[in-house]
Design a protein around this ligand. Sequence first.
Ligand SMILES: [Zn+2]
Length: 92
Amino acid sequence: MSKVNCRCGEVITDIESPCPDLLLAMPDEKQWSVVQRVLDSLRQEHPTDHIAAALAVASVLIYKCPSCGRLLVFWHGGSAPYSSYLPEDSAD
Ligand SMILES: [Zn+2]
C-alpha cells in the first residue's frame, strides 16, 4: 500500500516510515504465533526486519484519516477493498 483515498477526498500515504496514520491491529488468535516468530527472528541476521514483517503479516491494516477521522480497515489485506468507519461524534 502506498496511498489510499478516503471518502472525504483526503489521500493518505504510508510512504513516510513510521506512518503516523497507520495502525496495526493484531487479532488475539495470532499473538502467540507472532511471539514465536519474534523469538525465531532474534537468531537471524537483521532481526528487526523479520520482526516488523511478522507483525505486518499478522495484523489488520487500519488507516486513520487525518482530515475526517474515518478508520479505513483492510480486513483482508492491503490490496482488498476496505471498510470505512466514521466516528459517531463526527458532523459528517
Ligand atoms: Zn477522510
